[in-house]
Design a protein around this ligand. Structure first.
Ligand code: FMN
Length: 176
């Protein structure tokens, strides 16, 4: 059985991206899914001084180990001011210091959602550009616009968007 890790790029206890990534990851058949929570990887803000003086936090090493041990990764990024949330950026910065090839060439389904009509397209584009530079093998992408209109009771309610997600998941599954 394949091991999938899934996480949202958010530390909100009511994260819409966590709701989406939880839903999407459990649609993958015959896979063991672990949904990570960025709150379990909260670390001091990355600084070059901390890096030199205290080394890598255990949480950063653990996060990289989760990626290394996975067969595939499903991520849904929260968009803050057109970019990563601070919570995700901090984990990413520390993780990239632990291992510059942070994603170990694992297949990634990259998603984003937001309450707005653009569905986190800016942060999605940012990660599409950046993750491959850290050996991120992005094999599918999906953006869910207007979360409040298109997601309810743990599911996508818009049939067209649901079909788009299933196509992206099929491609992801082929690469596991
Ligand atoms: C500081 C801040 C900046 C935000 N900037 C954006 C933005 O640029 N684009 C957007 O679509 N939503 C933006 N939002 C709204 C977030 O998409 C919304 O809070 C969403 O719930 C975040 O995802 P999460 O629930 O998974 O944390 C912003 C929210 C905050 C708090």
């Amino acid at each position: 059985m394949k091991n999938i890790i899934a996480f949202a790029g958010s530390n909100s206890s009511t994260s819409i991206n966590k709701q989406l990534v939880t839903y999407a990851s459990h649609l993958v058949e015959d896979a063991s899914v672990t949904v990570l929570d960025l709150n379990d990887f909260e670390m001091p803000i990355y600084s070059a001084d901390r890096d030199i003086n205290t080394g890598f936090p255990k949480e950063a090493i653990d996060f990289v180990a989760h990626i290394k041990n996975a067969d595939g990764i499903i991520i849904s990024l929260a968009e803050h001011n057109g970019a990563y949330s601070s919570a995700f950026k901090n984990v990413f910065d520390w993780a990239s210091r632990v291992e510059p090839k942070t994603f170990f060439n694992k297949p990634i389904l990259l998603m984003a959602t937001s309450p707005g009509a653009r569905g986190g397209q800016s942060v999605l584009q940012m990660a599409l550009d950046r993750f491959p530079r850290h050996d991120g093998n992005i094999v599918g992408q999906f953006s869910l616009p207007s979360f409040g209109d298109n997601f309810s009771e743990g599911k996508i309610t818009n049939a067209e968007l649901q079909d788009q997600l299933l196509i992206a998941l099929e491609e992801f599954t082929k690469h596991l």
